[in-house]
Design a binder for this molecule. Structure first.
Ligand SMILES: Cc1cc2nc3c(=O)[nH]c(=O)nc-3n(C[C@H](O)[C@H](O)[C@H](O)COP(=O)(O)OP(=O)(O)OC[C@H]3O[C@@H](n4cnc5c(N)ncnc54)[C@H](O)[C@@H]3O)c2cc1C
Length: 383
């Protein structure tokens, strides 16, 4: 390849990175731009497939696409860990290489930190860790009597509706197992309402939905520690037999070392997804994008995908010497599976007015089909 072909380097092959890489390639051929995606994993999975592995209708193997599939699109894939990001010298150090770039997209997602909560790793399971999904399935099936606790242990966390969806899926598993009458499900959140990002009206609908299945929601429960069979909150305690936790999220360590975010926070961006460094963008869960003084764009695949699209358009414009003008549109939909072979969709427009506009659709089997199709489309279009 000629030396003067610009190089778009994408750190992370998740929702944001794959959206950006594919959207750039759709408009520009390999003679116009070289694209490289770097990821320490060699596969991609849509986040909600983890819930299907817990449900038992999926395995890890039949829920993933291989990132090596990018090569078909003339997108290079480097299966290595990113060890250091040096933006002053435009150098990215991976396990065996030093990579330079003309355009850099940081799409490295959020990291789950169970170790931040004393006693969690020893006494509870991580609902969001794909390595634990099968074991969680087995434990739910084995539990004949007692209490399952679902506990959100930090804000913000990925896909705000997902733990509620998980509670409904677990409810359906217990019904199938004929253990629902003897196993209680309690849900603990640090927030005052179920889905602050979707507003009070939709939060009430989600509360009604889970309450109708006898899932008991406890608001404003800020976790301090976990002991054997016991959650310790700032304002009380609760007992459990099986704990499914959503641990606090942070950015990957290399992001803090790069100076792009302050410790414990995410990379601050605006709708253009730019960082203070020229031609360096950040997208998805690794970022924080303010909508109002008190609200940020939720961490979700659809939003990482939308940001990836906007950044791709701007890089394409720059390479074509046109004016860059794309902003992340803030629109997206998140599915909520009811556990009764139906799903509803929360449709969000983050920047529609002074406050985001949100709508919750009816729960129908068609929406569940759409959810399956959403996954199929990403896997087949991107890889
Ligand atoms: C149970 C569950 C259900 C969900 N359901 C939905 C849903 O219905 N709809 C929705 O929109 N979203 C959903 N999500 C959220 C969605 O999965 C995330 O918001 C989305 O993946 C974020 O995309 P991203 O590109 O920012 O990060 P990711 O997809 O997490 O990608 C980041 C990538 O960077 C790589 N990486 C990180 N650090 C390094 C390093 N040092 N070296 C090399 N590679 C590195 C990681 O391996 C990873 O592949 C769900 C999540 C979960 C857990």
């Amino acid at each position: 390849m000629s030396e003067n072909i610009p190089h778009a380097l994408i750190l992370g092959g998740g929702f944001g990175g794959l959206s950006a890489a594919n959207n750039i390639r759709k408009s520009l051929s390999s003679s116009q731009v070289k694209i490289t995606v770097v990821d320490k994993k060699n596969w991609f999975m849509v986040g909600f497939a983890k819930l299907w592995i817990i449900k038992g209708t999926r395995t890890f193997e039949n829920s993933t696409g291989l990132l090596s599939g990018l090569v078909k699109k003339e997108i290079d894939f480097l299966n290595e860990e990113i060890l250091h990001i040096d933006l002053e010298n435009k150098n990215i150090k991976t396990t065996t290489q030093n990579l330079s770039y003309d355009f850099l997209i940081i799409a490295m997602g959020a990291v789950l930190t169970p170790e931040k909560i004393p006693g969690l790793a020893e006494n509870g399971m991580n609902l969001y860790d794909y390595k634990q999904s099968e074991q969680i399935h087995d434990k739910i099936k084995e539990l004949k009597t007692g209490t399952i606790a679902i506990s959100i242990m930090g804000m913000p966390y990925k896909c705000p509706p997902a733990p509620f969806e998980a509670s409904l899926i677990i409810d359906s598993m217990l019904r199938e197992n004929k253990t629902r009458d003897s196993v209680q499900i309690h849900f603990y959140s640090p927030a005052p309402i179920t889905l602050p990002a979707a507003g009070p009206e939709i939060s009430k609908k989600i509360l009604d939905l889970i309450s109708s299945e006898n899932i008991i929601f406890h608001d404003s429960c800020k976790i301090k520690a976990v002991e054997p069979n016991k959650l310790i909150f700032q304002n009380g305690e609760a007992e459990f037999d099986l704990l499914l936790a959503i641990p606090p999220h942070v950015a990957p360590n290399v992001i803090y070392e790069s100076g792009l975010a302050t410790q414990g926070n995410f990379i601050p961006i605006d709708r253009d997804c730019k960082t203070p460094f020229e031609n360096v963008y950040a997208i998805g869960d690794v970022t924080t994008l303010k909508v109002t003084e008190t609200m940020v764009v939720p961490k979700a695949g659809v939003f990482a995908e939308g940001e990836g699209f906007a950044v791709a358009q701007n890089i394409i414009s720059k390479i074509q010497s046109k004016e860059e003008s794309s902003l992340f549109d803030g629109k997206g939909g998140c599915f909520i599976e009811s556990g009764r072979d139906t799903a509803s969709v929360i449709e969000i427009d983050m920047f529609s007015g002074p406050n985001p506009s949100t709508k919750l659709t009816e729960s129908t089997s068609e929406h569940l089909d759409e959810k399956l199709q959403f996954e199929k489309d990403r896997l087949s279009n991107w890889l």
